[in-house]
Design a protein around this ligand. Structure first.
Ligand code: NAI
Ligand code: 15L
Length: 280
């Protein structure tokens, strides 16, 4: 169910937003988007539980918030037109940590969106929603999910929240199943999963303004040579990545080869499939 229609279609998202909320703004991708989304809205509201540097500049406001705090998230969302939800635990961790930041946190974001009439969310989902699929498989957005840990499960739940809030309240979401978004790929697996910052920026902007997305799931990857994911079901976004991991191939292939049974060579989610258990 990629592009689900909603019984109560939302009004078109305006091309220029008055106030845009970015959660996770102090993180790796938040820092990138803070810079790149400048100008996408009159005011960018930046939020994180971690300290933000630099402090708010022109057309920015900083609102510290723990996503696990429902009342605080409600106040955070008041007055915004759209939400780019990138905050949360971004790696595999014990369930209790994931529960607070990602599961409760994303629920709080959608509840606040409902209460304050926000019509559009861009959700940082992850390839770890489908991480236990093998690298020999080709997946589109309707492929069965195979989360590779508590983290992947939390992103899968986030996608389900997006579907529910679309069907029930007409809040539209683009869930971006981000592959690996770093300055450059770090290993052979990331040659397939890499998403450049330029392509991430383009995808987030499209996700914010494309009308009629319902709940669309899109894989966040650049135009890499060997990919596992098919984005045709997200064609409404018109996303055509500009970058490719190919320019890094020589450097990556100079790394020692992986054993054939190394999870990084077997599963789409790579080493995440082997994280934990925690606290035994
Ligand atoms: P990151 O870990 O650098 O940033 C996440 C931010 O969320 C951090 O600044 C952290 O302080 C904040 N955060 C954590 N718990 C919080 C809480 N309870 N309340 C408020 N803020 C909280 O991660 P990164 O790489 O910037 O990823 C951003 C988003 O994109 C995450 O949701 C991650 O799961 C997702 N993603 C990233 C990928 C990547 O390749 N970088 C791949 C797939 C998904
Ligand atoms: C993710 O979901 C993580 O947030 C990021 O740190 C990377 O590990 C990425 O997936 C990946 O799979 O490479």
């Amino acid at each position: 169910m990629t592009t689900e229609t909603t019984p109560n279609p939302s009004p078109r998202t305006p091309q220029r937003l008055s106030r845009l909320l970015l959660t996770g703004a102090a993180g790796g991708l938040g820092t990138v988007l803070r810079e790149r989304l400048r100008g996408a809205a009159d005011t960018l509201r930046l939020s994180d539980i971690a300290p933000m540097a630099p402090a708010a500049g022109p057309h920015e406001e900083v609102v510290p918030c723990d996503l696990a705090d429902k009342a605080a998230v409600d106040a955070l969302v008041r007055g915004v037109d759209a939400i780019v939800h990138f905050g949360g635990v971004s790696v595999e961790r014990p369930f209790e940590e994931i529960l607070e930041a990602n599961i409760r946190g994303t629920f709080h974001v959608y509840e606040a969106a409902r209460r304050h009439g926000v019509r559009r969310v861009v959700f940082a989902s992850s390839n770890h929603v489908i991480g236990f699929h093998r690298q020999t498989e080709r997946l589109d957005a309707d492929a069965p999910r195979r989360p590779d840990g508590y983290y992947g499960l939390s992103k899968s739940y986030g996608e389900d929240l997006a579907t529910f809030y679309c069907d029930r309240y007409g809040i539209e979401t683009v869930s971006i199943r981000i592959g690996s978004s770093f300055p450059e790929p770090r290993d052979r697996r990331m040659m397939s999963t890499w998403l450049s910052y330029r392509d991430l920026d383009d995808l987030v902007r499209r996700a914010l303004v494309t009308p009629g997305v319902g709940h669309t799931v899109v894989y966040g990857m650049s135009d890499n040579r060997d990919v596992w994911w098919d984005n045709r079901k997200a064609s409404v976004l018109g996303f055509a990545p500009q970058d490719s991991s190919e320019i890094f191939r020589d450097r990556i292939e100079a790394q020692p080869p992986r054993a054939p049974d190394d999870p990084g060579a077997v599963y789409q989610g790579g080493a995440f499939t082997q994280a934990g258990p925690f606290g035994d």
